[in-house]
Design a protein around this ligand. Structure first.
Ligand code: ADP
Ligand code: DAR
Length: 370
């Protein structure tokens, strides 16, 4: 997906890219608001940034709108371009340091060497499925929050050209969401392959504009390698399979990363690594997760959450963010994204799930002896 600075010749219809507006006064947040936006948009930071625009004309109002409209946000901001992290550094650096513990002078370092995964597969008895993904955006475009309809179609076009070159295990087919029938879409979502739609946080950030135009999913023949196009990020590159063979899933993703990086010009900078729309996904942009069955441990949420916290993993439901667990199955994934390599974060997930399974076994023995 090599791309130039040029934009396609088509003139966008008015409204296809949000217009930058300058805020006259700092938005009010309700009492008890816990978002990092609320915490760090001080009067001083607001006055520093209220008239700033990044290189793509992205304004403070656009950067914070999701957190203003949704005061229950945990973060509250979505970037408009790779330059947002520089132009709005007085706010973004504070949010990044609070969430990731990553300081403005720190430099992210990557390591995709899957041979360093020195662990065995986790037991399929507990591990329903393993999924590892990374988020990426193209270097020469605004992010989904600011991109125009024409630019979004250009990103999709470049993606489809690259997908057509995939060979061997990676070979597959692109499915355009705009022409996908509802039954197929709902089945792909139910089968955990396709992204959901209508997220209110993404909506308020302008990420759902002209939906579903320019959105889609690439799926390889074995349904073990998928790429989301133009959802929250321009690309979510995903390796997944049933069971707990984390090393096999990471090896596939690492190989795909090597292949794709040869043809795509992704947005990186030497401070935050890969640029993402949400600051929680910068650095590696990697989330390694296992759907794991823990019916006994999940009855003791305090212990469950302590194991998660001690191992830098987070507990989610089985249909992605803001979803619930079903049948004692939970999505366990690395919380950290930056300041640690891809190999280290896969180890975080392994260590967390391994510790949870060991505890589940202890509880099984305790129940069996009663
Ligand atoms: P992301 O990891 O890209 O942020 P979500 O957490 O929103 O995506 O999950 C997107 C989809 O991937 C959801 O359908 C979710 O069920 C599925 N998913 C996540 N982890 C796994 C897993 N380990 N096994 C199977 N499906 C998974
Ligand atoms: N819901 C938004 C984003 C949190 C992180 N999840 C992402 N990026 N999908 C919030 O600020 O809570």
């Amino acid at each position: 997906m090599g791309c130039s600075n040029s934009r396609s010749g088509e003139v966008d219809k008015p409204g296809s890219a949000p217009k930058a507006v300058a805020l006259q006064k700092k938005p009010e947040f309700p009492a008890g608001c816990k978002s990092l936006l609320c915490k760090y948009l001080t009067d001083d930071v607001f006055n520093q940034l209220k008239n700033v625009q990044d290189k793509f004309g992205f304004s403070l109002a656009e950067l914070i709108n999701s957190g203003v409209v949704n005061p229950n946000s945990s973060i509250g901001v979505y970037a408009g371009s790779p330059d947002t992290y520089i132009a709005f550094a007085p706010l973004m650096d504070k949010i990044i340091e609070d969430y990731h513990g990553f300081k403005p002078a720190d430099k992210h370092v990557s390591d995709w060497d899957a041979s360093k995964c020195n662990f065995e597969a986790l037991e399929d008895k507990y591990c329903i499925s393993t999924r590892i993904r990374f988020a990426r955006n193209l270097a020469d475009f605004p992010l989904g929050t600011k991109i125009s309809k024409t630019e979004r179609k250009e990103v999709e076009k470049l993606a489809k050209e690259a997908f057509g070159k995939f060979e061997g295990e990676m070979a597959g087919q692109y499915h355009d969401l705009a022409t996908m029938d509802k039954e197929t879409q709902n089945q792909l979502i139910a089968d955990h392959f396709l992204f959901k739609e209508g997220d209110k946080y993404l909506e308020a950030a302008g990420l759902n504009r002209e939906w579903p135009d320019g959105r889609g999913i690439f799926i390889n023949k074995a349904k073990t390698f998928l790429i989301w196009v133009n959802e929250e990020d321009q690309f979510r590159v995903i390796s997944m399979q049933n069971g707990g063979d984390i090393k096999a899933v990471f090896t596939r993703l690492s190989n795909a990363h090597g292949t794709i990086n040869k043809v795509a010009k992704f947005a990186y900078n030497d401070h935050i690594g890969a640029v993402a729309t949400c600051p929680t996904n910068i650095g590696t942009g990697l989330r390694a997760s296992i759907h794991v069955k823990l019916p006994l441990l999940s009855k003791d949420m305090a212990t469950f959450e302590k194991i998660a916290s001690d191992n830098h993993v987070q507990i989610r439901g089985i249909h992605g963010e803001h979803s619930e667990s079903e049948g004692g199955i939970y999505d366990i994934s690395n919380k950290r994204r930056i300041g640690f390599s891809e190999v280290q974060l896969v180890h975080d997930m392994y260590n967390g799930v391994k510790a949870m399974i060991e505890k589940e076994k202890e509880l099984e023995h305790a129940h069996a002896s009663h």
